[in-house]
Design a protein around this ligand. Structure first.
Ligand SMILES: *Cc1c(COP(=O)(O)O)cnc(C)c1O
Length: 400
C-alpha cells in the first residue's frame, strides 16, 4: 500500500505536482485513468461527533466524522484517494460547478442488520451510473470496483454512525463536481469526487403513508435528447417551483409527464410503477421504459428483476399516458400505483390530480385503513429483507 506515495515522499516531491509525474502511474502517458483502493490514505478525525439519538435523525441533515475525496485534473488524471475529517470545501468562486451545474451525484445506503453486520446494496451499480453521468459532463470516470471499495472503507471507518433497526441506514452521497477556476462555458479541466455520509431514519416512521401526486401538464422534467437519464443536479433545480406549486395545491410530489399524450415519466424523484389490468385484460406491472427521459433507478431495476422472477403477472417496461390511466380508473382496472427509489424503497400513491380530475388509486381493498397496496408492501418487504441481510442476495456486500 502507498508504494507510489512512499516513493514520492522519499524523493521529497510535493503531492500537488505528483499527478504530472509518471512514477505513480501504470499508464505510459503518466495519466491515471482511475484511482485505486490500495492507494487510499486515511487521516482520522481528532474529534468525534456526538451521535444523534435515533428518533431525531433527519434525512440529509448531519454527517459522519469523515469523508472520501479524490482530486482529478485533465492532464494528470486521478490523484490519491483520501479519507479525511469531514470539512467544508475550498473552491474558486469561478468554479464551473457553481455556474453551469457541472455536477452529478449518487444515492446509496449502508444498512445494519439484526446480525449487527453492515451491508451495502448494489453500490457498484451506483458507481456505473455515476460514470455515465460524469462522462456526459466531460468529467472523469473511474474504476467502479475501486470507487466502491473506497466508499466501503469510509463506511467501515464511520461504522458507529450506522444506526440499528429496520428502516434506519447510513445514506451515502457520492458527488462529482467541476472545480476549474474559469468562467468559460466549456468542459472543466479539474474535478473533485467526494462522498459524504448521513445517518438517517425510516422514510415512513409510523408505517406507510400513501401520497397524492399532481400530474403537471405545464412543466417538464426531461425530454428526448436531454439529460433525464443521468443523475445530474441540473435535473432537479427546474423542479423547485413546480413542486412548490404542487405542494400549495395539496400534493406531495409531481407526476412528471411528457408529450401531447401526457405520457407518465417519473413520480417526483422516483421511478413510477402502475399495477393494473391493461387494455388487453392482462394483469401487468408497468414502468416507463428507459427512453432517455427516465432515470435508470437501481430500485426500479431490482423491482423488475424480482417481479419477473416471481412470474405471477406480466412485467413491462413500456409507456402509459394519462388518458389510459383515467380510462382504467373509470373501469376499475387500476390496482396500485407507486414510486420507487433508494430513499423510500416504495412510496404508495393514493390519488393523482390531473386536469381537474382527482383520480383515486386503490390501496388495499381488504383493509380500508391500509396506506399501501399489497404488491407495494410485498416488494418493500422483500427488498428490505435483502438490504438488512435477512434474505441472502448477490446484491449485498458485507462491510467487514
Ligand atoms: C435517483 C433517482 C431515482 C431513483 O433511483 P434509485 O437508484 O432507485 O435510487 C429515480 N428518479 C430520479 C429522477 C432520480 O434522480
Amino acid at each position: 500500500m502507498l508504494r507510489s506515495f512512499g516513493l514520492n515522499k522519499l524523493l521529497g516531491l510535493s503531492r500537488s505536482i505528483r499527478p504530472s509525474l509518471s512514477l505513480s502511474a501504470s499508464y505510459s502517458t503518466g495519466k491515471k485513468d482511475t484511482f485505486y483502493f490500495k492507494d487510499l490514505e486515511v487521516t482520522h478525525s481528532t474529534t468525534q461527533k456526538a451521535l444523534v439519538p435515533k428518533e431525531q435523525l433527519k434525512f440529509g441533515h448531519g454527517f459522519t466524522d469523515h469523508m472520501l475525496e479524490v482530486e482529478w485534473t485533465r492532464t494528470g488524471g486521478w490523484g490519491t484517494p483520501r479519507i479525511v475529517p469531514f470539512h467544508n470545501l475550498s473552491l474558486s468562486p469561478a468554479a464551473s460547478v457553481l455556474h453551469y451545474s457541472l455536477e452529478c451525484f449518487e444515492g446509496s445506503k449502508a444498512y445494519r442488520g439484526d446480525d449487527g453486520k453492515i451491508r451495502l446494496f448494489r453500490l457498484e451499480d451506483n458507481m456505473k451510473r455515476m460514470n455515465a453521468s460524469s462522462s456526459y459532463l466531460a468529467l472523469p470516470e473511474f474504476d467502479t470496483k475501486e470507487a466502491a471499495k473506497c466508499i466501503q472503507e469510509l463506511v467501515r471507518i464511520d461504522n458507529r454512525f450506522v444506526p440499528e433497526g429496520l428502516g434506519y441506514s447510513l445514506y451515502l452521497r457520492p458527488t462529482m463536481i467541476a472545480t476549474e477556476d474559469a468562467l468559460g462555458v466549456s468542459e472543466s479541466n479539474s474535478a473533485l469526487f467526494y462522498t459524504i455520509a448521513n445517518p438517517t431514519g425510516p422514510y415512513f416512521p409510523t408505517g406507510f403513508k400513501a401520497v397524492k401526486l399532481y400530474a403537471d401538464t405545464e412543466h417538464v422534467r426531461a425530454w428526448p435528447g436531454g439529460t433525464g437519464n443521468k443523475k445530474l443536479g441540473a435535473n432537479y433545480c427546474g423542479g423547485t417551483t413546480p413542486t412548490l406549486l404542487a405542494k400549495e395545491k395539496g400534493y406531495s410530489q409531481i407526476l412528471w409527464l411528457f408529450g401531447p399524450q401526457h405520457n407518465i415519466t417519473e413520480a417526483g424523484t422516483m421511478n413510477a410503477f402502475i399495477f393494473w389490468i391493461n387494455e388487453q385484460g392482462v394483469l401487468e406491472l408497468l414502468t416507463p421504459k428507459l427512453d432517455g427521459t427516465i432515470l435508470p433507478g437501481i430500485t426500479r431495476d431490482s423491482i423488475l428483476k424480482m417481479a419477473r422472477k416471481w412470474g405471477e403477472f406480466q412485467v413491462t417496461e413500456g409507456s402509459i399516458n394519462m388518458e389510459q390511466v383515467l380510462q382504467a380508473s373509470r373501469e376499475g382496472r387500476i390496482k396500485e400505483f407507486f414510486g420507487a427509489g433508494t430513499a423510500c424503497v416504495i412510496s404508495p400513491v393514493k390519488e393523482i390530480g390531473y386536469a381537474g380530475n382527482d383520480i383515486h388509486i386503490p390501496l388495499d381493498i381488504n383493509d380500508p385503513s391500509s396506506e399501501t397496496g399489497p404488491l407495494a408492501k410485498r416488494i418493500y418487504n422483500e427488498i428490505m429483507n435483502i438490504q438488512y441481510g435477512n434474505t441472502p442476495s448477490e446484491w449485498t456486500t458485507v462491510v467487514e
